[in-house]
Ligand binder design. Structure first.
Ligand SMILES: Nc1ncnc2c1ncn2[C@@H]1O[C@H](COP(=O)(O)OP(=O)(O)OP(=O)(O)O)[C@@H](O)[C@H]1O
Ligand SMILES: [Mg+2]
Length: 339
Protein backbone atom coordinates (compact mmCIF):
# COMPACT_ATOMS: atom_id res chain seq x y z
CA UNK A 1 0.00 0.00 0.00
CA UNK A 2 1.20 3.50 -0.75
CA UNK A 3 0.81 6.75 1.16
CA UNK A 4 -2.37 7.71 -0.73
CA UNK A 5 -4.12 4.43 0.30
CA UNK A 6 -3.36 5.02 3.97
CA UNK A 7 -4.67 8.58 3.75
CA UNK A 8 -7.89 7.31 2.12
CA UNK A 9 -8.33 4.75 4.91
CA UNK A 10 -7.72 7.40 7.58
CA UNK A 11 -10.28 9.72 5.96
CA UNK A 12 -12.85 6.89 5.72
CA UNK A 13 -12.53 5.73 9.37
CA UNK A 14 -12.34 9.30 10.60
CA UNK A 15 -15.60 10.21 8.88
CA UNK A 16 -17.25 7.02 10.17
CA UNK A 17 -16.10 7.82 13.73
CA UNK A 18 -14.56 4.36 13.83
CA UNK A 19 -11.77 5.13 16.26
CA UNK A 20 -10.38 1.61 16.49
CA UNK A 21 -9.75 1.22 12.73
CA UNK A 22 -8.65 4.85 12.55
CA UNK A 23 -5.94 4.10 15.10
CA UNK A 24 -4.86 0.97 13.18
CA UNK A 25 -4.55 2.97 9.96
CA UNK A 26 -2.60 5.69 11.71
CA UNK A 27 -0.18 3.08 13.06
CA UNK A 28 0.21 1.70 9.55
CA UNK A 29 1.06 5.07 8.03
CA UNK A 30 3.46 5.79 10.92
CA UNK A 31 5.31 2.53 10.12
CA UNK A 32 5.23 3.40 6.43
CA UNK A 33 6.87 6.80 7.09
CA UNK A 34 9.47 5.19 9.36
CA UNK A 35 10.31 2.57 6.73
CA UNK A 36 10.61 5.22 4.06
CA UNK A 37 12.95 7.26 6.31
CA UNK A 38 10.49 10.13 6.81
CA UNK A 39 11.09 9.97 10.52
CA UNK A 40 10.01 13.52 11.22
CA UNK A 41 6.55 12.89 9.77
CA UNK A 42 6.30 9.59 11.71
CA UNK A 43 7.22 11.27 14.99
CA UNK A 44 4.73 14.09 14.52
CA UNK A 45 1.90 11.65 13.87
CA UNK A 46 2.93 9.44 16.79
CA UNK A 47 2.84 12.42 19.15
CA UNK A 48 -0.64 13.39 17.86
CA UNK A 49 -1.94 9.88 18.61
CA UNK A 50 -0.34 9.83 22.05
CA UNK A 51 -1.87 13.16 23.02
CA UNK A 52 -5.31 12.12 21.85
CA UNK A 53 -5.07 8.90 23.87
CA UNK A 54 -3.97 10.77 26.97
CA UNK A 55 -6.85 13.22 26.72
CA UNK A 56 -9.63 10.71 26.20
CA UNK A 57 -8.18 7.88 28.32
CA UNK A 58 -8.83 5.42 25.54
CA UNK A 59 -10.12 6.17 22.09
CA UNK A 60 -13.54 4.70 21.53
CA UNK A 61 -15.71 4.15 18.53
CA UNK A 62 -18.46 6.77 18.74
CA UNK A 63 -21.81 5.03 18.95
CA UNK A 64 -20.33 1.72 20.13
CA UNK A 65 -21.59 0.07 23.34
CA UNK A 66 -18.34 1.01 25.00
CA UNK A 67 -18.90 4.62 23.97
CA UNK A 68 -22.39 4.69 25.53
CA UNK A 69 -21.09 3.08 28.71
CA UNK A 70 -18.38 5.71 28.89
CA UNK A 71 -20.95 8.46 28.42
CA UNK A 72 -23.19 7.13 31.16
CA UNK A 73 -20.17 6.64 33.45
CA UNK A 74 -19.28 10.29 32.86
CA UNK A 75 -22.81 11.40 33.77
CA UNK A 76 -22.73 9.25 36.92
CA UNK A 77 -19.31 10.67 37.87
CA UNK A 78 -20.84 14.13 37.99
CA UNK A 79 -23.58 12.97 40.33
CA UNK A 80 -21.36 10.98 42.66
CA UNK A 81 -18.63 12.62 44.73
CA UNK A 82 -16.62 9.51 45.31
CA UNK A 83 -16.51 5.76 45.40
CA UNK A 84 -14.48 4.53 48.30
CA UNK A 85 -13.40 1.48 50.24
CA UNK A 86 -13.25 2.04 53.97
CA UNK A 87 -10.87 0.75 56.60
CA UNK A 88 -12.91 2.12 59.52
CA UNK A 89 -14.28 -0.28 62.12
CA UNK A 90 -16.70 -0.03 65.05
CA UNK A 91 -13.80 0.56 67.44
CA UNK A 92 -13.19 3.92 65.70
CA UNK A 93 -16.60 5.27 66.63
CA UNK A 94 -17.62 6.54 70.08
CA UNK A 95 -21.39 6.27 70.52
CA UNK A 96 -24.05 5.80 73.16
CA UNK A 97 -24.58 2.19 74.21
CA UNK A 98 -28.17 2.00 72.94
CA UNK A 99 -27.22 3.44 69.52
CA UNK A 100 -24.27 1.06 69.28
CA UNK A 101 -26.51 -1.92 69.94
CA UNK A 102 -28.82 -0.92 67.09
CA UNK A 103 -25.88 -0.31 64.78
CA UNK A 104 -24.40 -3.71 65.69
CA UNK A 105 -27.68 -5.40 64.77
CA UNK A 106 -27.92 -3.50 61.51
CA UNK A 107 -24.43 -4.62 60.52
CA UNK A 108 -25.10 -8.17 61.64
CA UNK A 109 -28.26 -8.37 59.53
CA UNK A 110 -26.40 -7.18 56.48
CA UNK A 111 -23.76 -9.84 57.07
CA UNK A 112 -26.44 -12.53 57.33
CA UNK A 113 -28.59 -11.93 54.24
CA UNK A 114 -28.52 -15.60 53.18
CA UNK A 115 -29.39 -16.83 56.65
CA UNK A 116 -32.41 -14.53 56.85
CA UNK A 117 -33.52 -15.47 53.34
CA UNK A 118 -33.93 -19.10 54.45
CA UNK A 119 -36.72 -17.90 56.72
CA UNK A 120 -38.19 -15.54 54.14
CA UNK A 121 -37.09 -12.55 56.15
CA UNK A 122 -35.93 -9.39 54.45
CA UNK A 123 -32.86 -7.52 55.56
CA UNK A 124 -32.98 -3.98 56.99
CA UNK A 125 -30.83 -2.04 54.56
CA UNK A 126 -32.11 1.53 54.69
CA UNK A 127 -30.60 3.68 57.40
CA UNK A 128 -31.15 7.31 58.33
CA UNK A 129 -28.54 9.04 60.49
CA UNK A 130 -29.41 12.36 62.04
CA UNK A 131 -28.06 14.77 64.62
CA UNK A 132 -25.84 17.83 64.94
CA UNK A 133 -22.73 18.47 62.89
CA UNK A 134 -19.48 16.75 63.85
CA UNK A 135 -21.04 13.94 65.88
CA UNK A 136 -20.14 10.97 63.70
CA UNK A 137 -22.82 10.50 61.01
CA UNK A 138 -20.37 10.39 58.11
CA UNK A 139 -17.90 8.44 60.22
CA UNK A 140 -20.63 5.88 61.05
CA UNK A 141 -21.29 5.36 57.34
CA UNK A 142 -17.56 4.69 56.80
CA UNK A 143 -17.63 2.25 59.71
CA UNK A 144 -20.55 0.35 58.14
CA UNK A 145 -18.75 0.25 54.77
CA UNK A 146 -15.61 -1.02 56.54
CA UNK A 147 -17.40 -3.66 58.61
CA UNK A 148 -19.39 -4.94 55.61
CA UNK A 149 -16.40 -4.60 53.28
CA UNK A 150 -18.59 -3.06 50.61
CA UNK A 151 -17.69 -0.17 48.29
CA UNK A 152 -19.52 3.05 49.09
CA UNK A 153 -20.79 5.58 46.56
CA UNK A 154 -21.06 9.05 48.07
CA UNK A 155 -23.85 10.83 46.28
CA UNK A 156 -23.61 14.53 45.64
CA UNK A 157 -27.14 15.59 46.41
CA UNK A 158 -26.28 19.19 45.56
CA UNK A 159 -25.78 18.23 41.91
CA UNK A 160 -28.66 15.77 41.87
CA UNK A 161 -31.28 18.27 42.94
CA UNK A 162 -32.10 20.28 39.86
CA UNK A 163 -34.31 23.25 39.19
CA UNK A 164 -35.43 21.62 35.95
CA UNK A 165 -38.75 19.88 36.18
CA UNK A 166 -38.41 16.08 36.35
CA UNK A 167 -34.60 16.26 36.29
CA UNK A 168 -34.03 15.44 39.98
CA UNK A 169 -35.98 12.17 39.68
CA UNK A 170 -34.08 11.28 36.51
CA UNK A 171 -30.73 11.92 38.18
CA UNK A 172 -31.68 9.85 41.21
CA UNK A 173 -32.67 6.94 39.01
CA UNK A 174 -29.39 7.15 37.07
CA UNK A 175 -27.32 6.95 40.23
CA UNK A 176 -29.34 4.11 41.73
CA UNK A 177 -29.34 2.10 38.51
CA UNK A 178 -25.59 2.34 38.24
CA UNK A 179 -24.77 1.84 41.90
CA UNK A 180 -27.02 -1.17 42.36
CA UNK A 181 -25.36 -3.02 39.49
CA UNK A 182 -22.91 -4.07 42.16
CA UNK A 183 -23.38 -4.91 45.80
CA UNK A 184 -22.65 -1.56 47.43
CA UNK A 185 -23.62 1.21 49.82
CA UNK A 186 -25.15 4.42 48.53
CA UNK A 187 -24.44 7.23 50.95
CA UNK A 188 -26.58 10.31 50.51
CA UNK A 189 -25.15 13.10 52.62
CA UNK A 190 -27.15 16.25 53.38
CA UNK A 191 -30.33 14.35 52.65
CA UNK A 192 -32.32 17.43 53.68
CA UNK A 193 -31.31 19.07 50.35
CA UNK A 194 -34.30 17.20 48.98
CA UNK A 195 -36.32 19.84 50.81
CA UNK A 196 -34.80 22.50 48.54
CA UNK A 197 -36.96 21.31 45.68
CA UNK A 198 -39.80 23.16 47.33
CA UNK A 199 -37.91 26.44 46.96
CA UNK A 200 -36.70 25.68 43.44
CA UNK A 201 -40.06 24.77 42.05
CA UNK A 202 -43.34 26.52 42.47
CA UNK A 203 -44.88 23.39 41.03
CA UNK A 204 -45.81 21.34 44.11
CA UNK A 205 -46.06 18.21 41.97
CA UNK A 206 -42.27 18.15 41.63
CA UNK A 207 -41.66 17.51 45.32
CA UNK A 208 -44.22 14.69 45.26
CA UNK A 209 -42.58 13.25 42.17
CA UNK A 210 -39.14 13.20 43.79
CA UNK A 211 -40.44 11.66 47.02
CA UNK A 212 -42.27 9.00 45.00
CA UNK A 213 -39.15 8.26 42.98
CA UNK A 214 -37.13 7.77 46.17
CA UNK A 215 -39.80 5.50 47.61
CA UNK A 216 -39.79 3.42 44.42
CA UNK A 217 -36.02 3.20 44.45
CA UNK A 218 -36.18 2.07 48.07
CA UNK A 219 -38.58 -0.69 47.04
CA UNK A 220 -36.28 -1.91 44.28
CA UNK A 221 -33.12 -1.78 46.34
CA UNK A 222 -31.40 -5.20 46.06
CA UNK A 223 -31.00 -7.02 49.37
CA UNK A 224 -27.22 -6.89 49.15
CA UNK A 225 -27.07 -3.10 48.68
CA UNK A 226 -27.70 -0.44 51.30
CA UNK A 227 -28.83 3.14 51.45
CA UNK A 228 -27.50 5.37 54.19
CA UNK A 229 -28.81 8.92 54.33
CA UNK A 230 -27.51 11.57 56.72
CA UNK A 231 -28.89 14.90 57.79
CA UNK A 232 -28.59 17.44 60.54
CA UNK A 233 -32.04 18.78 59.72
CA UNK A 234 -34.33 15.80 60.06
CA UNK A 235 -37.38 18.06 60.22
CA UNK A 236 -36.75 19.24 56.65
CA UNK A 237 -37.44 15.76 55.29
CA UNK A 238 -40.85 14.59 54.19
CA UNK A 239 -42.40 12.42 56.92
CA UNK A 240 -43.45 9.74 54.45
CA UNK A 241 -39.82 9.41 53.49
CA UNK A 242 -38.50 9.28 57.06
CA UNK A 243 -40.91 6.45 57.85
CA UNK A 244 -39.55 4.29 55.02
CA UNK A 245 -36.12 3.92 56.53
CA UNK A 246 -35.68 0.62 58.39
CA UNK A 247 -33.63 2.28 61.08
CA UNK A 248 -33.33 5.85 62.28
CA UNK A 249 -30.29 6.56 64.46
CA UNK A 250 -29.67 9.75 66.36
CA UNK A 251 -26.13 11.00 66.90
CA UNK A 252 -25.98 13.55 69.71
CA UNK A 253 -23.31 15.66 71.35
CA UNK A 254 -20.95 13.57 73.50
CA UNK A 255 -21.86 12.67 77.06
CA UNK A 256 -19.21 12.93 79.80
CA UNK A 257 -18.33 9.26 79.35
CA UNK A 258 -18.07 9.70 75.60
CA UNK A 259 -15.79 12.75 75.98
CA UNK A 260 -13.43 10.55 78.01
CA UNK A 261 -13.61 7.74 75.47
CA UNK A 262 -12.94 10.12 72.58
CA UNK A 263 -9.91 11.61 74.33
CA UNK A 264 -8.58 8.13 75.03
CA UNK A 265 -9.13 7.07 71.41
CA UNK A 266 -7.44 10.19 70.05
CA UNK A 267 -4.44 9.96 72.39
CA UNK A 268 -4.01 6.23 71.92
CA UNK A 269 -3.62 6.47 68.17
CA UNK A 270 -0.45 8.54 68.66
CA UNK A 271 0.60 7.11 72.06
CA UNK A 272 0.19 10.46 73.78
CA UNK A 273 -1.18 11.10 77.27
CA UNK A 274 -2.50 13.86 79.50
CA UNK A 275 -0.56 15.02 82.59
CA UNK A 276 -1.50 13.07 85.72
CA UNK A 277 -2.05 16.18 87.83
CA UNK A 278 -4.90 17.64 85.81
CA UNK A 279 -8.30 16.39 86.95
CA UNK A 280 -10.46 14.80 84.25
CA UNK A 281 -13.36 16.79 85.72
CA UNK A 282 -11.82 20.08 84.51
CA UNK A 283 -11.29 18.71 81.01
CA UNK A 284 -14.79 17.27 80.74
CA UNK A 285 -16.37 20.50 81.96
CA UNK A 286 -14.38 22.53 79.44
CA UNK A 287 -15.27 20.19 76.56
CA UNK A 288 -18.92 19.97 77.48
CA UNK A 289 -21.28 21.26 74.76
CA UNK A 290 -18.74 20.78 71.97
CA UNK A 291 -19.07 18.21 69.21
CA UNK A 292 -16.82 15.14 68.90
CA UNK A 293 -15.21 16.85 65.94
CA UNK A 294 -14.33 20.06 67.83
CA UNK A 295 -12.93 18.16 70.82
CA UNK A 296 -10.81 15.91 68.63
CA UNK A 297 -9.62 18.74 66.40
CA UNK A 298 -8.48 20.93 69.33
CA UNK A 299 -6.76 17.98 71.03
CA UNK A 300 -4.86 17.03 67.86
CA UNK A 301 -3.80 20.65 67.39
CA UNK A 302 -2.66 20.80 71.02
CA UNK A 303 -0.59 17.62 70.49
CA UNK A 304 1.09 19.17 67.44
CA UNK A 305 1.85 22.41 69.27
CA UNK A 306 3.23 20.49 72.26
CA UNK A 307 5.58 18.67 69.91
CA UNK A 308 6.62 21.82 68.04
CA UNK A 309 7.53 23.46 71.34
CA UNK A 310 10.08 20.71 71.93
CA UNK A 311 11.43 20.46 68.42
CA UNK A 312 14.99 21.21 69.51
CA UNK A 313 14.91 18.90 72.54
CA UNK A 314 16.79 15.61 72.56
CA UNK A 315 14.01 13.72 74.29
CA UNK A 316 10.50 14.59 73.24
CA UNK A 317 7.81 14.22 75.89
CA UNK A 318 4.47 12.87 74.73
CA UNK A 319 2.54 14.48 77.57
CA UNK A 320 0.09 16.95 76.05
CA UNK A 321 0.39 20.53 77.29
CA UNK A 322 -3.13 21.01 78.67
CA UNK A 323 -2.77 24.78 78.88
CA UNK A 324 -2.42 24.87 75.11
CA UNK A 325 -5.38 22.54 74.71
CA UNK A 326 -7.73 24.37 77.08
CA UNK A 327 -6.81 27.60 75.33
CA UNK A 328 -7.63 26.10 71.92
CA UNK A 329 -10.96 24.87 73.25
CA UNK A 330 -11.88 28.37 74.42
CA UNK A 331 -10.96 29.75 70.99
CA UNK A 332 -13.10 27.06 69.32
CA UNK A 333 -16.07 27.96 71.54
CA UNK A 334 -15.72 31.63 70.67
CA UNK A 335 -15.50 30.86 66.95
CA UNK A 336 -18.60 28.66 67.14
CA UNK A 337 -20.55 31.38 68.98
CA UNK A 338 -19.77 33.83 66.16
CA UNK A 339 -21.32 31.43 63.62
N1 LIG B 1 -18.84 9.69 67.48
C1 LIG B 1 -17.58 9.89 67.09
N2 LIG B 1 -16.61 9.04 67.45
C2 LIG B 1 -15.33 9.25 67.08
N3 LIG B 1 -14.93 10.29 66.33
C3 LIG B 1 -15.85 11.16 65.91
C4 LIG B 1 -17.23 11.00 66.27
N4 LIG B 1 -17.93 12.01 65.72
C5 LIG B 1 -17.04 12.75 65.04
N5 LIG B 1 -15.81 12.27 65.15
C6 LIG B 1 -14.61 12.85 64.53
O1 LIG B 1 -14.98 14.04 63.84
C7 LIG B 1 -14.85 13.88 62.42
C8 LIG B 1 -16.06 14.51 61.73
O2 LIG B 1 -17.23 13.77 62.06
P1 LIG B 1 -18.36 13.41 60.98
O3 LIG B 1 -17.89 13.86 59.64
O4 LIG B 1 -18.70 11.99 61.11
O5 LIG B 1 -19.53 14.34 61.47
P2 LIG B 1 -21.00 14.48 60.88
O6 LIG B 1 -21.96 14.11 61.96
O7 LIG B 1 -21.10 13.74 59.61
O8 LIG B 1 -21.10 16.06 60.65
P3 LIG B 1 -21.85 16.91 59.51
O9 LIG B 1 -23.29 16.95 59.87
O10 LIG B 1 -21.21 18.25 59.59
O11 LIG B 1 -21.60 16.23 58.20
C9 LIG B 1 -14.73 12.38 62.21
O12 LIG B 1 -14.02 12.07 61.03
C10 LIG B 1 -14.03 11.91 63.47
O13 LIG B 1 -12.64 12.14 63.36
MG1 LIG C 1 -21.24 14.36 57.59
Amino acid sequence: MGQIDYIKEIAKYGLENDQKNLLDSLQKIISYYKDSKRVNMALQLQSLVKNAKRQSGQLTRVGSDHYFNQQSQREIDELVIDKLHSEYRLKDLVIAENVKEKLDHFIRENLSIEFLRQFNLSVSNKLLLHGPSGCGKTLASYVIAGELEKPMYIVNLGSIVSSKLGETSKNLMKVFRKATQESCIIFIDEFDSIGKIRDYNQDHGEMKRVVNTILQLFDYLPADSLIIAATNQEKMIDEALVRRFDLNLEFGLPSEKQIEELIELTLRSGQFCLPKDIPMRVIIDTCSGLSFYSIQKTLINAIKRTLFKQMDNKNISKVVDTNIWLDLIEQEKKALKKD
